[in-house]
Design a protein around this ligand. Structure first.
Ligand SMILES: [Zn+2]
Length: 464
């Protein structure tokens, strides 16, 4: 997706409302930036396994000098951790060369996987909205919520671990320091990288339940509507009621409640009284839009903070200087006034020093919205949009669009009926559907007295 080219079609923007359309366009721009910086990336990581007893003896027999091994024994002498391909600097600092490159490569690949997954899900959700593929949009928007919850959970744990390691290791020597850092981070990484809920997965590597992730995302963002959105999107993602109404108008209900009428179309729909049209609420589409704006904005903020922490780890430990392996973000530290390779300022001001604060402080305050100072204004904007969208949702009250009011006006479209739901055409998909209400089948006269009813209300009353 090219951020300069992306934009909602006019019909879709009108159906979603101007505030949402603006927020979605801003989100699309940020996703495009994420793609630009990560799309062509590729990386490698290594996973070290402590060797015990015979395995350690076998390693000693088979390790070749030209493989440039370094190793680190456990404190009790029962195991050894070893890695090959150490650089010259790594051979001089074997403990650091064992610990830092491995951890850095693993957090880099952890970040990239989240970035790619987040960008794909966000891209697909935005594109689905634009093409009015609401069912697909519900599936991917739901996945965006889950992805954001997972990222928040793991990024907080990793940031906390790195903060502990960076602070605790300040006064220690060349061996104790790497040992402390590994003790802080290694317990967190396996679950982040290998957590699963498949049958047969290891008990210690059970992925966090998705409803727990939803709670964590709700707490981290302060956005209380995530459970509500997740419920509706889950229903729409499955062959259930939410999926049946994804492309339907809200029920138009006769005052007697005897009859409820819904109209279905593969396009946004409007209420037409012969004089004007106003969009009919696309309930599921609004949930897709609101959820992807809130979850997507937070996801991108946490990715920003997460990458700052990943770079801080790499540059504080000088991990990339200790190995001959190459990987993404394998930056070499700089000093003084030279621009830091992390891209966030001068080398002297970036804070990649033992004992200094980690850059992602916002991630560590789990009870507060996890936004960086740089992105706080963006998040504030999204909350404003979300606040306004709430008022839009609440306007879904019975009688908000009384068809019988429209019916009192002179009927200038006799053949079509005075007021009814009509599908909006849009140039992006079906140009032939663009036209007046007269392109649609005649409406039922009885609909004049019907009024719109929110989907939620219909559910509560057991209406279709
Ligand atoms: Zn830097």
């Amino acid at each position: 997706m090219n951020k300069d080219e992306w934009g909602l079609t006019g019909t879709v923007a009108a159906a979603l409302g101007g505030e949402r359309a603006a927020a979605l366009t801003a989100l699309a721009g940020r996703v495009a930036e994420l793609r630009d910086m990560s799309e062509d990336a590729a990386t490698t990581d290594v996973l070290l396994a402590p060797l015990h007893g015979r395995a350690a003896q076998r390693w000693k027999r088979t390790a070749q000098a030209d493989e440039r091994w370094v190793h680190l024994g456990s404190g009790d002498g029962t195991s050894v951790l070893a890695v090959d391909e150490a650089s010259d600097a790594g051979l001089r600092e074997p403990a650091a060369a064992v610990v830092y490159p491995e951890l850095h490569m693993r957090v880099v690949s952890w970040w990239l996987v989240h970035a790619w997954r987040g960008a794909d899900l966000l891209d697909d959700t935005l594109e689905s909205l634009n093409r009015w593929r609401i069912t697909s949009g519900a599936v991917t928007a739901r996945a965006v919520i889950e992805e954001a919850g997972s990222l928040v959970d793991e990024a907080n744990a990793l940031a906390q671990a790195w903060r502990t390691g960076k602070a605790a290791a300040v006064d220690d020597d060349d061996v104790k320091r790497p040992v402390l850092v590994r003790a802080a981070l290694d317990p967190v990484l396996p679950k982040a990288a290998l957590g699963s809920r498949m049958s047969g997965s290891h008990d210690k590597l059970r992925a966090t339940n998705v409803l727990t992730l939803l709670k964590k995302l709700t707490k981290a963002t302060g956005e209380a509507r995530f459970p509500e959105w997740y419920d509706l999107l889950s229903d729409a993602a499955h062959p259930a009621f939410g999926a049946r109404i994804a492309l339907a108008t809200p029920p138009l209900v006769h005052p007697s409640t005897a009859v409820a009428v819904r109209t279905y179309a593969r396009a946004p729909m409007a209420l037409d009284d012969g004089r004007s049209r106003r969009p009919l609420e696309p309930t599921v589409a609004l949930a897709v839009a609101d959820a992807v704006i809130a979850a997507g904005t937070h996801l991108l903020d946490v990715l920003d903070d997460g990458l700052a922490a990943v770079d801080d780890f790499g540059l504080t430990t000088a991990a990339a200087t200790l190995t001959r392996r190459t990987y993404w973000r394998d930056f070499q530290p700089v000093r003084g006034s030279r621009a830091c390779p992390c891209g966030r300022g001068k080398g002297s001001a970036c804070g990649h020093r033992w004992g200094r604060e980690t850059p992602s402080r916002a991630l560590l305050t789990a009870s507060q919205p996890a936004v960086s100072s740089a992105s706080r204004s963006r998040a504030a904007g999204s909350r404003t949009v979300a606040g306004r969208s709430r008022s839009l949702l609440l306007s879904r009250r019975p009688g908000a669009a009384r068809l019988h009011d429209a019916a009192r006006s002179p009927d200038r479209r006799v053949r079509c009926g005075p007021a009814r739901a009509v599908a909006e055409g849009w140039a992006g998909r079906r140009p032939t559907t663009r036209g007046s209400a007269c392109d649609q089948p005649p409406g039922e006269p009885a609909e004049r007295r019907h009024r719109t009813r929110g989907v939620g209300e219909g559910l509560r009353r057991g209406l279709p």
